[in-house]
Structure formats: structure tokens, C-alpha cells
Design a protein around this ligand. Structure first.
Ligand code: UDX
Length: 481
């Protein structure tokens, strides 16, 4: 596969003296592991324009450990995470990010993260493996960047969210100073003038989180991006041109060498990195989709972390039932707060027989690519949104936390490929939203726009498209280090 900047997949030729090993280190959560493994897949075996070839070693924690046997192409090394058992058991993502960074930054664990990183790098130096040229970290892993700097190892950052999200995080201290946050009830729909089209309600804010910690983590994220050699964003040029330009300008000023829109990564990796940490995708849903009419099925999934309370769960179930529309619904064992295994309400299965299917985990990318799927009800996690955009599937959004409100705002106000289900989850409103997307004229128009957006994405993925150019630039840059 020859391509623009000269980087190619593995082929003949020499350049063995310029073989390089890239270390990658994802944040240990599904929505962060998937894109990092996809990036690993996109880099592994790539050859640079001037020769040289890349191989990848994945660093992973014991917490939410990745199963190396599923990715035989890649090498793996476990690093100590130092997350206290009570913090791990609690599952709060902000607490875990803080604990992980504190432990890596001179925590008590023995050997320390820095020692293990040094030994992974040194093992490479003994000549058995190519030299490690850089560490690509998740944007939340500031302490890993510090450890790498102490070893003289350059770092690049993978941003697993949108460019708009990174812009918002970079601007967070200014937003706080200007009094946008914490959000006041009376100002929720007021515009954030510095970040159009965002309104106050779209900014990152979780009322029940420790605000001090959130501020600290968002500060780390900005600092990590600014201190890196390069930032890779899982988005594409045509989706967020203005946001990318602003970030490019801002990070240029900080001395960041490259800022690349190299997504959607799941379309650029030959390796399937879409599985679950804990669950097997239930492939019976594909056979079931085969029996459904084209464009008729609503796929419903709230990602890997979002949850519902028991009443919301009932409303979703009966809303799906009363819509009369075929649906495929992912009910994870931990979807309902406080329950290990949610039970569907009495009479539900009989009422939706033949028309509704419930599974624990879906092969989501395959589901979204299936001809029977005509809509996606999502929590607006960035991976889910990109995967839906990639298949031209329009969305109903019910965001919950983190970047999900911001993602929803762009989806509705900029790309116009879906809409938000606003307010309390209530079966009548759910039925209306499903009809609006799947049956009504407005839904057909949204669908048309989703198809147009998919075409733009397809162009970015062509061999001379912007995302391929970005990956090639990344390969050449890594080999040059
Ligand atoms: C988390 C945060 O909630 C989100 O705001 C942030 O943007 C990313 O991290 P998560 O809940 O994991 O997101 O959602 P998402 O980003 O959509 O990632 C979920 C991944 O799991 C997707 O790649 C999706 O394909 C996959 N998935 C989900 C499945 O393969 N099967 C399923 O049944 C559900």
C-alpha cells in the first residue's frame, strides 16, 4: 500500500537500521483502550518514507488488564498501577485517574512505574528489539510523561475525545475564571462566547464529583498536551476544521511539534480492537439483524460506563416497547445502578417478541455497519459517535457526563445528524423521539445528512485523504526521533 507521505505497510526493502519500537500506554478504561489499540494497529508494521519500520509494545495496568492473547501482533508489558483496592472497587473514573498518576509519580509501588518503563526501554536497547523511540500516552497520564522525560524518552499524546473537547479542556481555567462554572441554573442555555457553539450546560461539569479533583485532572490533561512532542486526535479534518486549526495554533505556540487529526482510528487499524474488557460480544445479534428490514432497527447502547437508575431502566424498556419500532438493546450487567444483573420488566419480552432483541454486549462496529440499523440511541461517548458517523447512522443522544454533553451539542448544532432527548427519561417522550428519528420526515432529512457526513469521512480515509496523510506523518515523525 503506497501512500502520500511515503509511509507504507510492511513490505520488502531495507531500512532495518531504522526499525523503531513505539510504546503505547492507554488509560485503563474501555473508551480509552479501544482507540489506543486501534492506533497501535494503525502503526504496527508501518514503514517510513525513508525506510525504517515500526513495531508496538503496549504498556498496561493490572487494573482492567488487557488480554494480550487477543492481539498476537503486539507485544505487551505490565506496569504497576498502584491503584488502592477500595478506589478500584469504587470505579469512579476521576478517583482512579488521580490514584494512578499519584502512584506513578513517586508512589510506594516497588518496582516503580519509572523502573519498569526503564527496563522496557533498556530491553529494546540490547539489540534484540528495535530501539524505543517514543511513548504514546493517553492524555490523562501526566505522570507517565514525567517518568518518560526522566529517561529521555519523547512522548506523544493520544486524545481519545474530540478536538472540541480538547479545546474546552485547554480553556478550562479561563472558563472558571470567567464564572461559567459551576453552572448556574438560570444560565444553562447561555452561550460560552469563547467556545461557540457551546452553551454553559455543554461544558464538562459533574455536580456530584469532587470539583477540586476534576479541576486538577483537567489541568493535568492540558499540561500533558502542551508538554508533549505531538498530539494525535481521534477525529478527522472535515469534522472539526475550526477546532483543529485553533488547537494547532495554540499548541504550536507551546512548541508541540505535530498536531494530527488521525481518525477515525477504528477505520485505520487492520486489527479489530473493538471488544470488551469483561464481556464477549454476542454475535447472535448479527443473525437477528439479518432478519430485519433495511434501516428499520434502532440500536440502543449507553457505552461501557454510563448507567441508569431502576426507574429510568423501566422507562427505557417500555419506551422501546411502545415505539413499535424494531430495536437491539445492549443491557450490560452493570447498566442499572445498584444491581449486578438487571431483569427485564414482567411481560416485556413477550410484548416485543420478534421485534426487540436484548444482549449484554454488542459487536458494535459491525452492528452499526449492518444494513438493518437505521438509528442509534447513544450516551454520546466519543467512540460511539465516531463509529456511528462512520456508518452514516443518525443518532438520538442522552448524554450523562464528561464530554458527552459537548459531543451532543456538536452533533445537533453543527453536524445536524441527530438530536438530544432532553429532560427526564419518560416512556412517552422516548416513544416520540424514536418516531421522530425512525419514521418521520425530519428523521429522513437527518439520515440524509448523516450519509453526507459519512462521504466526507470516506474521503479522509482514501489513500490521499487527510487521515491517511496524518498517520503517514506520524510514522515518519516517530522514525525520525
Ligand atoms: C467513556 C466516556 O463515557 C465518554 O464520555 C468518553 O468520550 C470516552 O470514554 P464509554 O462509555 O466507554 O466512554 O463510551 P464510548 O466512547 O462510546 O466507547 C465505548 C466503546 O465500547 C466503543 O468503542 C464501542 O464500540 C464499544 N462497545 C460498546 C461495544 O463494542 N459493544 C457494546 O455493546 C457497547
Amino acid at each position: 500500500m503506497a501512500s502520500v507521505d511515503g509511509a507504507t505497510r510492511r513490505g520488502g526493502g531495507d531500512g532495518s537500521s531504522r526499525r523503531r519500537r513505539v510504546l503505547v500506554f492507554p488509560l485503563p478504561f474501555q473508551g480509552h483502550i479501544n482507540p489506543m489499540l486501534q492506533l497501535a494497529g494503525a502503526l504496527h508494521g508501518r514503514r517510513g518514507g525513508g525506510g525504517g519500520e515500526l513495531s508496538v509494545t503496549v504498556l498496561h495496568t493490572r487494573f482492567n488488564a488487557i488480554d494480550p492473547s487477543r492481539y498476537p501482533e503486539l507485544a505487551f508489558a505490565e506496569v504497576p498501577d498502584g491503584i488502592p483496592p477500595d478506589v478500584a472497587a469504587n470505579g469512579n473514573i476521576v478517583d482512579i485517574i488521580v490514584a494512578l498518576n499519584v502512584a506513578m509519580d513517586g508512589g510506594e509501588s516497588s518496582p516503580s512505574f519509572r523502573d519498569v518503563l526503564a527496563s522496557v526501554v533498556a530491553a529494546d536497547d540490547e539489540g534484540r528489539k528495535p530501539r524505543a523511540s517514543c511513548l504514546i500516552i493517553d492524555g490523562n497520564l501526566m505522570a507517565a510523561q514525567k517518568a518518560a522525560a526522566e529517561l529521555g524518552l519523547p512522548t506523544l499524546v493520544l486524545r481519545t475525545g474530540s478536538a472540541a473537547c480538547l479545546r474546552c479542556y485547554l480553556a478550562y481555567p479561563a472558563l472558571l475564571q470567567k464564572g461559567y462554572l459551576p453552572p448556574k441554573e438560570s444560565q444553562l442555555y447561555e452561550p460560552v462566547e469563547e467556545l461557540p457553539p457551546l452553551r454553559v450546560r455543554d461544558l464538562y461539569y459533574t455536580s456530584n464529583a469532587n470539583q477540586e479533583l476534576v479541576r486538577k485532572v483537567l489541568g493535568w490533561i492540558a499540561e500533558t498536551a502542551r508538554n508533549s512532542n505531538g498530539v494525535v486526535i481521534n477525529t478527522f479534518d472535515e469534522l472539526e476544521p475550526a477546532e483543529l486549526e485553533r488547537i494547532q495554533r495554540e499548541l504550536d505556540g507551546d512548541g508541540v511539534a505535530i498536531v494530527l487529526a488521525a481518525g477515525p482510528l477504528h477505520k485505520l487499524s487492520p486489527m479489530n480492537a473493538g471488544g470488551s474488557l469483561h464481556l464477549r460480544p454476542d454475535r447472535s445479534c448479527i443473525e437477528w439483524l439479518d432478519t430485519q428490514a433495511t434501516g428499520s432497527v434502532l440500536y440502543v447502547s449507553f457505552g461501557s460506563l454510563a448507567s441508569l437508575d431502576s426507574n429510568e431502566f423501566l422507562e427505557v424498556a417500555w419506551g422501546l416497547e411502545s415505539s413499535g419500532q424494531p430495536f437491539l438493546w445492549v443491557v450490560r450487567p452493570d447498566l442499572v445502578k445498584g444491581l449486578d444483573k438487571p431483569s427485564l420488566p414482567d411481560g416485556f419480552e413477550r410484548a416485543v417478541e420478534g421485534r426487540g432483541k436484548v444482549i449484554k454486549w454488542a459487536p458494535q462496529q459491525e452492528v452499526l455497519a449492518h444494513h438493518a440499523v437505521g438509528g442509534f440511541w447513544t450516551h454520546s461517548g466519543w467512540n460511539s459517535m465516531l463509529e456511528s458517523v462512520s456508518e452514516g447512522v443518525p443518532m438520538i443522544c442522552k448524554p450523562q457526563f464528561a464530554d458527552q454533553m459537548l459531543n451532543t451539542r456538536y452533533l445537533e448544532a453543527v453536524w445536524a445528524v441527530g438530536f438530544e432527548l432532553v429532560g427526564k427519561l419518560e416512556r412517552g417522550e422516548i416513544k416520540k423521539a424514536i418516531k421522530r428519528l425512525m419514521v418521520e420526515k425530519e428523521g429522513a432529512e437527518i439520515r440524509e445528512r448523516a450519509k453526507e457526513l459519512k462521504k466526507k469521512m470516506d474521503q479522509c480515509l482514501e489513500s490521499s485523504g487527510s487521515s491517511q496523510i496524518a498517520i503517514n506523518r506520524l510514522v515518519n515523525y516517530i522514525i525520525s526521533l
